[in-house]
Ligand binder design. Structure first.
Ligand code: C2E
Ligand code: CA
Ligand code: CA
Ligand code: CA
Length: 280
């Protein structure tokens, strides 16, 4: 019987496949990742004036696993969302952003606004607003320095609840952006009710400026017009070509972000980038 059990176990383990084992490793590893300084942030600048003026940056989480090396958020964020670890990771991200902001202020730099991505579970987690506020107060950073990016799908899922949370964030001075706009289904009534500061056009539409000709251009023009009619700034993400950049400028898109301008970079490189842009 014992022999059977062992064989049964081995069979189970083999049939789980490599990908499932990796998910388990990732989930178990995440616990240590936070306590053992394996997580860190990259920053990707956002620009206005066709890429000439720096307006802020988006914080993007990175994980350096001691054995597996670099693991990207597209792999571990979904695992953390399912396990609930995203809640603690999210607060860690906000605290870490605050500490970076504090250091850059102390270095006498122009005050920047940093965007932080929020997962569905985070937005709808009880007390998310007071917890974020508490972190800002503990770290002595004004909430107006932070912009939370919420994907369109998340905002529209349970839109009543999202609306209440967004209003509570606003009441304390936090800014909100709707991320990946155009890929989900938006209710225009809710979009108007949210009164967010920014709309981020999904990379798919930015690419469409190259690949979908007149039609691609018209779609982006419509999103820009929609955003401006509601007094929101529009940011195009994933800008990779000069054609995209020029067209976005023609279409009066307010801000751009993408590999063509700057890639996400670690804090020390971001500081060097800030030094360089301050000299210009
Ligand atoms: P996102 O919020 O839509 O972020 C944009 C992603 O596109 C980032 O990938 C960024 O590195 C990448 N990107 C930027 N410019 C370009 C470009 O020109 N071309 C292309 N092809 N890609 C570009 P990343 O850093 O791997 O993040 C993936 C996703 O993981 C993010 O998508 C976001 O949903 C999530 N994420 C990242 N950091 C966090 C975090 O701290 N908390 C939460 N909850 N989610 C995060
Ligand atoms: Ca984002
Ligand atoms: Ca996005
Ligand atoms: Ca995205």
């Amino acid at each position: 019987a014992k022999q059977d059990g062992r064989d049964g176990y081995r069979f189970y383990e083999e049939s789980m496949g490599e990908s499932f084992k990796r998910v388990l490793t990732v989930q178990q590893g995440l616990q240590e990742a936070m306590t053992q300084d394996q997580l860190f942030l990259h920053f990707q600048p956002k620009f206005s004036d066709g890429g000439r003026r720096l307006t802020g940056a988006e914080a993007l989480i990175r994980w350096n696993h001691p054995r597996l090396g670099a693991i990207m958020p597209a792999e571990f964020i979904p695992v953390a969302e399912r396990s609930g670890q995203i809640i603690d990771i999210g607060y860690w991200v906000t605290r870490t952003v605050c500490r970076h902001l504090k250091r850059w202020d102390a270095q006498g730099r122009e005050p920047l606004r940093i965007a932080i991505n929020l997962s569905p579970q985070q937005l709808h987690h009880p007390n998310v607003v007071p917890r974020m506020l508490e972190i800002c107060q503990q770290e002595d950073v004004a909430p107006s320095r932070i912009m939370f990016e919420i994907t369109e799908t998340v905002a529209m899922h349970d839109a009543e609840l999202s609306s209440r949370v967004i209003h509570a964030f606003h009441a304390h001075g936090f800014n909100i952006a709707i991320d990946d706009f155009g890929t989900g289904y938006s209710s225009l009534a809710y979009l108007q009710q949210f009164r967010v500061q920014q709309l981020k056009i999904d990379r798919f539409f930015t690419q469409g400026l190259d690949t979908h000709g007149e039609e691609g251009r018209n779609i982006v023009a419509a999103i820009v017009a929609l955003a401006h009619s509601m007094n929101m700034e529009v940011v195009a993400e994933g800008v990779e070509t000069d054609t995209q950049l020029d067209t976005l400028h023609d279409l009066e898109c307010d801000q751009v972000q993408g590999y063509l301008l700057e890639r996400p970079m670690p804090a020390d490189k971001f500081e060097a980038f800030l030094d360089q842009s301050a000299q210009q």
